[in-house]
Every structure is written in C-alpha cells, then in structure tokens.
Design a protein around this ligand. Structure first.
Ligand code: C2E
Ligand code: MG
Ligand code: MG
Length: 705
C-alpha cells in the first residue's frame, strides 16, 4: 500500500516535473521567439532570465550573462559590446530608483554602431522588474524620413505665393495653413489650426467661406471656383479668386477641403486700366473716338423720339506749328488745357471727346434751336481764345468749329460725323477762327479741298511752285521802290492756281512752314540781283509765327543771298497779333532787331482794329484793295484819309493795294498815300520779266503814271 502510494507520488512528481519542463521549454521558446529582447531581474537586481534576442541585440555571449548576474554587470558588458553608450552607473541608479518607486523607465538609447534601442523597465508586483529592449532603428529612420518629408512639403507649401489652407470637411476646422494664409488671416498658424472660419473672421466673411465650402462638397467634380471682392479686415479691399478642392476617402465620404486663394486685384486693376484706355484718351482722359461713337449712337436713338442734338467738331487752329516748334510736351499741355476749358462749357447731359491730334468733339444735348447752339459755340470759342501759359510759353489759340445737327443733318452715325467734319473744314476754308453749320453743298467743297490737299503734298516734293513779283511805285516820284513776292502754283491740270486758294490748305496741313521758307530763300536770292534801292516784300503766314525759329530762318535766307536786311519787308496780317500772342510779338521784335521792315498787310479787312497798330510799331500799312476799289464811290476815301493820317503820325508809310485806274491813283496821291501797287502799273510778273521791267538802274521802262 505504501509502495503503491510512493509510486503514485513519484509518478505525480515525474509528471509535474515533465509539465514544468514543458512549461519552461514553452516559455523559453516564447521568450526566444520574441522580437524584443527581454531580461528579468529579481528584487535584488540579479538577472533571473533573458532571451536569446536580448543577447543577440546586445552582442552578449550566453556564457557571460547567466542568471545571477547583477544589473550593473549586465550593463557594463553592454558598454563593452557597444550596445550601450551612456554612463552605466548613472543609468543603473536611475532605473533602480524608478523601480523602487514603482515607476516605469522608458528611454531610447543609441548604440555605438548607430542603432537605436527603446528600453522599457517595468517593475513587477512582487519585486524585481522586466526590461524589454526593442531595436527601433528602422522605425526611427522612417520617422525621421517622414519628418524631413513633412518639413520639405511644409516649406514648399509655405513658399507658394497663393493662400493655401486645408480644412477638415466635417468639423471645418483648419488643419494646415501656409505663410500667405497667415498674412491674409492676420495671425499665426498656431492661432488658426484647430479653429473654424467663424472663430477667425467676422460673421459675414465666415458665412461666405462656409457657403463656398458647401459648394465644393456639393459639386459633382469636387471643384469650385469663384472670383469676388474681398474686404479684408487686415489688408483692405481686394479681388480674389478662390479655388476649392474636396478630397474624399475611399468610401467616398468628404475628408478635406483644400482652398487656394489668389489675390487678383492687380490683374483686375490692369484689366480695368486697359478697358479704360480702350475708351479714353490717355492724355486728356476724355472719351476717345470709340466711346464717343457709342455715345452718339445713344443720342441718335433719343433723336428718334424727337430730341435734337448738335455735334460739334472742334479743330485747334495752328496746333501743328506750336507742336512742331515748341515741342510735344508743350503741345500736350496745351491740349490738356483746352480739353479742360471745353469741358467747363458743357451742361449736364453734354458729352465731350478727343478724337485724336488737335480734334475735339462735343455733343450738345437738349437743344431747342439754333440759337442755343450759337450761344454754346460762342462760349467754346471764348474759352479757347483765352491766352494760356504752357510750360513757360504764353500761347494764344483759336479753333475752327463745324456743327452738324441731328436729326436734320443726319440720322445715321457716320453721316452725322462726316457732316460735322465737313462743316469744320468749311470753317477752316473761311479762314479759321470761326464756326460753320453744315450745309449740303459743303460736301463737294470738302472733296475738292481734299483733292487739292493731296496734290499740294505731291507738289511739295515734285515742285511746281514759282514766284511772281509785283512792283510797288512811289506816288510822288513814280519810282519803283520795291516788289512783292507772290507765290504761284502751276498745277498740271488746272494751270496756275491762286495762292488765295492753296495757302489756307498749306496752313491747315502745316506745309506752309516749308513752303514759306522756300519763298523767302528764293525771293531773297532773286532780289539780290535787283538794283540796290529796290526792296523785296514777302508775305508771311500767321502760322509761321507759331514757330519760334522764324527769325533764324529769315536771317539765314538773308545771309545765303547776301541781301541787306533793310531791303527785306515782311508782310503780316492782323491775325498774327490776335489773342495777345506773346510768341508772335517776340518774333516780330527779333525780326526788327535783325533790321527787317514789317508791313501790316490787307489793312481794313478782318478784324480791322486800330489797336493792332499800338501793339507793334509797323513800318508800313498796306490799305486793302476793297477800300481802293470803292474809293471813288462811297465813304472809303474818308477811311483811307484817316488811315493815312494815323500812319503819318506814327512814322509809317502807306501802300494802296489793287490800284487799277488812274482816277484811283490820283485820289490816293491827293490823300497823301505813299505808294501804290496794282494792275495800273503792273500785274505780278515772273522773275525774268520783272528784271526787264526794272532795267539795270531800276528805272521802270514802262512807267505809265
Ligand atoms: P496780298 O499779300 O494782299 O497780295 C496782293 C494780292 O492782290 C495778290 O494776289 C495780287 O496779285 C493782287 N493784286 C495786285 N494788284 C491787283 C489789282 O490791281 N487788282 C486786283 N484785283 N488784284 C491785284 P495773289 O497773288 O493772288 O495773292 C493773294 C494773297 O495770297 C496775297 O495777298 C497773300 O496774302 C497771299 N500770298 C501770296 N503769296 C504768298 C506767300 O508767298 N506766302 C503767303 N503766306 N501768302 C502769300
Ligand atoms: Mg501781301
Ligand atoms: Mg494785301
């Protein structure tokens, strides 16, 4: 019985031993299969067990590290193998203190070969602790790589010059913002991340943002673009485009909203500027031809309902000469001043435009009759005629104004514009400084004028001009005292054309400068061949007085021909002195200083104001033909008498123009007139004929007086 019992106990012990052994082996296997190194220390910090992984990781030999080794010994061995590089004593003390306090010690320690171990020392309930060792080199490398990548991406996103934000699609909280967003939001990313738009922006702005977010989430393609004005509480008014992209997860649920915002204020302003330039003149900021045409169209629509309006074409007289002589900057200033002055004449509803060059146009609306237009034109003329100071130059200007009335002169845009233009040319043909209403027969005149303008330009290069000379006779001595140079144009089809016909065109087109200079030089050359006491008279256009270098040109012509200055007489008309033209006056004084004589031509026509005689001390007055032809019939004799008296009192001589009869000559002689010029003695003659007439001494061979 006892034997049986003993056997039973032995068997039980054996079985228990076997179970224990199996359990130990299972534990060993489990321990050795762990990917972490594991080591168990008892309450006296002696090693109980460690797995193979621990030995491998730490490079420890199994016969060196055996159960019973102290914690410090293990660590010192690790120090030798390089699997621990810190201070052994310090590390061991820290762990022991923590274990004693029931605390877990978690550290990451490097190894000598650059790997990283994560060590966790976990206290056990009945004393001692278990240390696990994990090689986290790979994970760390990956983490570092990920951090580097993140930093790289953040850097890139930060440098994109657009505002970029990413929001959670559900909570609408900001997850990412770049640097531009910080500027736009007016705060740092730390104050933005985790917040919603409502936390950052005023409610109205937040509302707009929320609506746009909804739009992208509702859109089928996950994209939404919008451009709108944005009044920032930080940076003021802007125009922005905002593009939103909705990112969904694999199940198709919205995850993120990416928003890219660009400030398009500059682009929009540039577009607005371009649009403005397309419709407005850059110099004066008045509507240009394009916009003006649109405006006329609108007025024509109203005209259909019975509203009349006037279209005025305003051309600045002699502008080209001012521009050429004083430079574009002065011309530009003048145009700006004139633009402002015309504008100041407008009433509500009237429109103004600069059509280009020196041409302006005005629509006068709500007119009741011609007198309204007449008054308006007069006010525009008054405004333009005011002398003006431009960059140190005191300038006088005038304008030729053409008027077409709608619907009377046209119900169609182009027709109305054409007719206003024709009327303006009509005003120019009348000698400028005036206005004309459109008349149907003006069309043919305008066409003829255009043809002549083209022919004149051609003649300027091909030639075809010649100068005839008409003698001036002293009424007392019957001697020829001088000759007037009179320009002729020999037209291929029309024969000789009168200067009265082509000089105004040469003036309008600016060709007069070149033409006048040619006359001056050619006539001086010719006069140099005449006897010494015979003077030369040359006509100078008012337009030539808009060129500051006129006196220089005269001096140069005298110099080239060796003609004495005292033998040259320049004939000017009152138009030169109109409008208190300081430049013209200065040129006259320069000419006088050279020694040239100045005669006032056509006295009695045009403005006929004696005040011009006060403005400049002329050497001679030429009494216009119209007085001479009527001298025997009406009161012209009285007028001539008073002109002669005034002239004598001021030391001026007088020449009567267009003397055709002996009766006229005798009467003029009686009235005390100094000289005569006219067909009675001689018409203008070609140079060679005149030379014959003068003879070697200048004694007229054919004096019939
Ligand atoms: P003007 O300076 O008053 O010249 C006198 C005009 O009267 C000339 O006309 C001449 O031929 C004309 N005439 C002379 N005697 C008589 C006469 O007895 N009876 C009549 N009926 N006419 C007479 P023309 O040559 O046709 O010149 C017309 C105007 O053209 C000139 O008037 C002058 O203002 C202008 N002109 C002529 N040549 C030039 C020039 O070289 N430069 C400029 N700027 N103007 C010129
Ligand atoms: Mg003359
Ligand atoms: Mg004359």
């Amino acid at each position: 019985m006892l034997y049986v019992l003993i056997r039973q106990i032995r068997r039980q012990n054996r079985e228990a031993q076997q179970r224990l052994e199996a359990e130990r082996q299972r534990l060993d296997t489990a321990l050795n299969n762990m990917i972490q190194g594991l080591v168990l220390f008892d309450a006296s910090a002696r090693m109980v067990v460690c797995n193979q992984r621990y030995l491998d990781m730490c490079g420890l030999a199994a016969d060196l590290i055996k159960p019973g080794c102290s914690f410090e010994e293990v660590m010192r061995h690790r120090k030798v193998t390089g699997s621990f590089v810190g201070d052994v004593d310090e590390f061991c003390a820290t762990v022991r203190t923590n274990i004693a306090n029931g605390q877990v010690t978690e550290v990451v320690t490097p190894t000598i070969d650059g790997r990283s171990f994560s060590i966790v020392n976990q206290p056990l309930a009945h004393g001692g602790w278990v240390a696990t060792l994990e090689d986290i080199t790979e994970r760390r490398n990956l983490e570092q790589e990920r951090d580097r990548n993140n930093a790289f991406l953040r850097e890139i996103v930060d440098h994109i010059p657009s505002q970029i934000t990413v929001k959670d699609a559900h909570t609408r909280r900001y997850l990412l913002v770049n640097r531009v967003a910080e500027t736009h939001f007016g705060t740092s990313r730390e104050n933005i991340i985790g917040k919603t738009a409502l936390d950052i922006f005023p409610p109205a702005h937040a509302q707009v943002i929320a609506e746009d977010d909804n739009m992208v989430l509702e859109s089928a393609d996950g994209f939404f673009k919008d451009e709108h004005r944005w009044l920032s509480h930080i940076t003021g008014e802007h125009y922005i485009t905002s593009r939103r992209i909705g990112i969904r997860d694999q199940a198709g649920m919205p995850r993120y909203i990416i928003t890219v915002v660009d400030d398009v204020t500059e682009r929009r302003r540039a577009n607005e500027r371009i649009a403005h330039l397309a419709h407005y003149d850059a110099l004066t900021d008045l509507p240009n031809r394009v916009l003006f045409r649109e405006q006329i169209e609108r007025e024509l629509e109203k005209a259909k309902q019975g509203q009349q309006f006037a279209l005025l074409y305003i051309d600045i007289d002699e502008f080209k000469s001012i521009n050429d002589s004083l430079g574009h900057h002065v011309g530009d200033e003048l145009l700006k001043t004139i633009a402002g002055r015309i504008k100041a004449c407008l009433c509500e509803g009237d429109l103004i435009a600069r059509l280009g060059g020196d041409e302006f146009a005005v629509i006068q609306t709500a007119i009741r009759g011609i007198s309204d237009v007449e008054d308006f034109v007069a006010s525009v003329h008054r405004a333009i005629r005011q002398p003006c100071d431009c960059l140190g130059h005191h300038l006088s200007t005038d304008a030729s104004i053409g008027v077409a009335l709608a619907p009377r002169d046209g119900t169609d845009l182009d027709q109305l514009i054409r007719n206003a233009d024709i009327a303006m040319y009509g005003a120019k043909a009348e000698g400028r400084r005036t206005h004309r209403f459109f008349e149907p027969e003006m069309g043919a005149m305008a066409r003829a004028r255009l043809t002549m303008e083209q022919d004149l330009r051609q003649a300027m290069t091909d030639g075809g001009f010649e100068i005839h000379y008409q003698p001036l006779l002293d009424l007392n001595s019957n001697q020829v005292t001088g000759c007037e140079a009179l320009l002729r144009w020999r037209h291929a089809e029309r024969g000789l054309i009168s200067p009265a016909e082509f000089i105004p065109i040469a003036e309008d087109t600016g060709l007069i400068g070149e033409l006048g200079e040619w006359v001056l030089r050619t006539a001086c050359m010719e006069a140099a061949k005449w006897p010494d006491h015979i003077r030369l008279a040359v006509n100078v256009s008012p337009i030539q007085f808009k060129n500051i270098s006129l006196a220089l040109k005269v001096a140069s012509a005298l110099d080239a021909s060796r003609l004495k200055p005292s033998r040259l007489e320049l004939e000017i008309t009152e138009a030169v002195l109109i409008g208190d033209d300081e430049m013209a006056l200065a040129i006259l004084h320069q000419l006088r200083a050279i020694g040239v004589r100045i005669a006032l031509d056509d006295f009695g026509t045009g403005y006929s104001s004696l005040s011009y005689l006060k403005r400049f001390p002329f050497d001679k007055i030429k009494i216009d033909r119209s007085f001479v032809s009527d001298i025997t019939v009406d009161g012209s004799a009285t007028i001539v008498q008073s002109v002669v008296n005034i002239a004598t009192s001021r030391n001026m001589t007088t020449t009567a123009e267009g003397v055709e009869t002996e009766q006229q000559r005798d009467l003029l002689r009686e009235l005390g007139c100094t000289e005569m010029q006219g067909y009675l003695f001689s018409p203008p003659k070609p140079a060679t004929e005149l030379r014959r007439l003068l003879g070697p001494s200048g004694e007229p061979a054919l004096v019939r007086a």
